[in-house]
Design a protein around this ligand. Structure first.
Ligand SMILES: Cc1cc2nc3c(=O)[nH]c(=O)nc-3n(C[C@H](O)[C@H](O)[C@H](O)COP(=O)(O)OP(=O)(O)OC[C@H]3O[C@@H](n4cnc5c(N)ncnc54)[C@H](O)[C@@H]3O)c2cc1C
Length: 503
C-alpha cells in the first residue's frame, strides 16, 4: 500500500463502524503508531482503534510545515527499536513521515486508524468498567460514541491547532505579516524580504538557515541564548558498518547503543562538570563564528547545559548562515511592535516585512479532553503520576510522555511493553479494572510539580506546570526523565505491587 492510500482508506463509512474496542489509542503521532504496533505484536487478541483528530498520521511531523522542518535528535533513537533507520541521523519531517508510513504499511496498521476523529470527552464508569468517549468527525461534524476497556493516551503534550504567542504591545500596528511556525501559510513568499525570527530554540535554529539564502536578511531576535551542538549530520560507525554489508537491523541496534552511551555521558558531565561542557559547546560555536564574534552575548545561556533541550545543528548550518552575513543575532527585549517592525528595549529599531514568532507551543494536558470518573470531573493537577504513565484515581488509562534529554520514542517502546504486559496480566488475573493508588507509606509524601524546574525548565512546561499531575519523592511517583534508569526498571515493574489496585 502506498502512503497516500494509507492516509485515505481508513475511515469507515457512516453507520458501518464497530464502536467498542478493548483498547482505544488517542493520537496517531509517533507514540500512537508505536502503540498500535505494540498492540498488534504483543496483544494480538485485543481489538483496538487509533482515533486521530487530524486527517493523517504523524502528529508533530504532520502539523509543522515550516521551511527546513527536521528532527533535533538522531533518528536511530527517535526511530522505533523495531524498525531500522537507514538515513542520516537528523531527518526532515518528510523523511520521518515516510518512515512512519512504512511502519503502518509493513504491519497492516492502517485498518486500525480512524482519522478526523477528535475526542472531546472521556467518561469512566465503574459500574461497567468502561470508558465512553465522545468524538466529533472534523470533516462532517458528526458526533460519535466509542466505548473501551482501556484508554491509551498518545495525544502528545501540546495543542496542535495553534502555537504559543506572547502578548506584545502594538502588534496590530505592524503592516507586514506575522507568522507562527506551527501554522505556516502555504502562500508565504519571503523571497527578497527582511525577516525577523523571534525565538532562540530549535525551531528558530531550523527555520533561519532554511530561509536565509532566499531572504534579503534574517534577524534572529532572542531574549536569551540557547545551547546548540553543531556537528556533521552523519553517524560514522553506522556508515562504516554499512560499507561492510552488515545487516541494517544490527546497524540500527549498534548505532542506538553508541548514541545512547554518548548521551548518557553528556548528561552526566552536564551535571558533574557543567563548566567543561559549556566550554566544549561554546568552543564548537566559536569554530564557525571566529574569535571576534560576541559569543558571550548571543550564545552563552545563563543556565547550565541541559536545563533546556540542547538542539543539534546539522553541519553547523545556522552558524554558517550567520558567518556569511545572511543572518544575524540580536539579543534584546521587545519594547513594542511598530508599523515597520520591532522597537527594542535598548532603543534599537528592527525593520521587517515578515515577523516569525518561533515562541513555542501551548501545553495541552491530555488532548483537551474532558475526563470524568464516575461522573466526577478529573482535575489532573490533583492526581499523582505513577512513573509519568498513570494517574491516581484514573482507572485503565496510560499516557505516553517521552523524554526531554533522550529521544521521545525510546519511551514509546518502553511504555508499549508496559501496557501490553499490564493488559496480559489483567487477563490472567481475570480483572477488569486497574488503578494506581498511594500506599500507606506514601500518605505523607511531599507532592511537588510534575518536573523539577532546577533540573529541566522549558518555557511551555513552566507556563502550565500548575495544570500537570503531581510528583512524589519516590521513583514510582515521578517521571524521572531518566531513560538509562527506566530501560532497566520499567520491564521489571512488579504488577502485583501494592500501588496497583485491581478489581
Ligand atoms: C518541531 C518539533 C521538533 C521536535 N523534534 C524532536 C526530536 O527531534 N526528538 C524528540 O525526541 N522530540 C522532538 N520533538 C518533540 C515531539 O513532539 C515528540 O518527540 C513526538 O513527536 C511526540 O509524539 P506524540 O505522538 O507523543 O505526540 P504528537 O506528535 O503531538 O501527536 C499527537 C497526536 O494526537 C492527536 N490528538 C491530540 N489530541 C487529540 C484528541 N483529543 N483527539 C484525537 N486526536 C488527538 C494530535 O492530532 C496528534 O496527531 C519535537 C517537537 C516539535 C514541535
Amino acid at each position: 500500500m502506498t502512503m497516500t492510500e494509507t492516509r485515505t482508506t481508513t475511515t469507515p463509512k457512516n453507520g458501518q463502524e464497530n464502536n467498542h474496542f478493548d483498547v482505544v489509542v488517542v493520537g496517531a503521532g509517533i507514540s500512537g503508531v508505536g502503540a498500535a504496533y505494540h498492540l498488534t505484536t504483543q496483544c494480538p487478541d485485543k481489538s483496538f482503534v487509533v482515533l486521530e483528530g487530524l486527517e493523517s498520521f504523524g502528529g508533530t511531523w504532520h502539523t509543522h510545515r515550516y521551511p527546513g522542518i527536521r528532527s533535533d535528535s538522531d533518528l536511530y533513537t527517535f526511530g522505533y527499536r523495531f524498525k531500522p533507520w537507514t538515513g542520516a541521523p537528523i531527518a526532515s519531517a518528510e523523511e520521518i513521515l515516510s518512515y512512519m508510513g512504512e511502519v503502518i504499511d509493513e504491519n497492516d496498521l492502517a485498518r486500525h486508524i480512524r482519522y478526523q476523529h477528535k475526542i472531546r470527552s472521556a467518561s469512566w464508569s465503574s459500574e461497567n468498567n468502561l470508558w465512553t468517549l465522545e468524538a466529533i468527525r472534523t470533516d462532517t461534524g458528526e458526533r460519535l460514541r466509542f466505548t473501551t476497556s482501556f484508554l491509551w493516551m498518545c495525544q502528545g503534550y501540546y495543542r496542535h491547532e495553534k502555537g504559543y504567542t506572547p502578548e506584545w504591545e502594538g502588534v496590530e500596528d505592524f503592516k507586514g505579516r506575522i507568522v507562527h511556525p506551527q501554522q505556516w501559510p502555504e502562500d508565504l513568499d519571503y523571497k527578497g524580504k527582511r525577516v525577523i525570527v523571534i525565538g532562540s530554540g530549535a525551531t528558530a535554529a531550523t527555520v533561519v538557515p532554511a530561509m536565509a539564502d532566499d531572504c534579503a536578511h534574517v534577524t534572529v531576535l532572542q531574549r536569551s541564548p540557547t545551547y546548540f551542538i553543531p556537528a556533521r549530520n552523519e553517524n560514522k560507525l553506522a556508515d562504516q558498518l554499512r560499507e561492510l554489508d552488515i545487516d541494517e537491523t544490527w546497524i540500527h541496534e549498534i548505532a542506538r547503543r553508541q548514541i545512547l552511551r554518548e548521551q548518557d555521558e553528556f548528561t552526566r558531565r552536564s551535571f558533574e562538570e557543567p563548566e567543561a561542557v559549556k566550554r566544549d559547546l561554546l568552543g564548537a560555536v566559536r569554530a564557525y563564528l571566529g574569535p571576534d564574534y560576541d559569543i558571550d552575548k548571543h550564545f552563552t545561556p545563563k543556565y547550565r547545559p541541559w536545563r533546556q533541550r540542547v538542539a543539534f545543528i546539522p553541519d553547523g548550518d545556522l552558524f554558517r548562515g550567520i558567518a556569511s552575513g545572511k543572518a544575524s543575532m540580536v539579543t534584546d527585549e521587545i519594547e513594542r511592535f511598530t508599523q515597520k517592525g520591532i522597537l527594542l528595549k535598548s532603543g534599537e529599531m528592527l525593520e521587517a516585512d515578515i515577523i516569525i514568532t518561533a515562541t513555542g507551543f501551548d501545553l495541552s494536558i491530555l488532548g483537551d479532553i474532558k475526563f470524568t470518573v464516575d461522573s466526577t470531573p478529573v482535575d489532573f493537577s490533583k492526581t499523582v503520576t505513577y512513573r509519568g504513565m498513570m494517574f491516581t484515581g484514573v482507572p485503565n488509562m496510560v499516557w505516553i510522555f517521552g523524554y526531554f534529554r533522550a529521544s521521545w520514542t525510546l519511551r514509546v517502546d518502553l511504555v508499549g511493553d508496559f501496557v501490553c504486559r499490564l493488559l496480559e496480566h489483567m487477563k490472567k488475573k481475570c480483572v477488569n479494572k486497574v488503578t494506581v493508588a498511594l500506599r500507606p507509606e506514601d500518605k505523607d509524601m511531599p507532592l511537588k510539580s510534575w518536573i523539577d524546574s532546577e533540573n529541566f525548565n522549558p518555557g511551555y512546561l513552566m507556563r502550565s506546570m500548575h495544570l500537570m499531575p503531581r510528583r512524589g519523592d519516590k521513583p514510582e511517583w515521578q517521571h524521572t526523565q531518566d531513560y538509562w534508569l527506566e530501560k532497566n526498571e520499567l520491564p521489571k515493574i512488579d504488577l502485583d505491587a501494592s500501588e496497583f489496585v485491581y478489581m
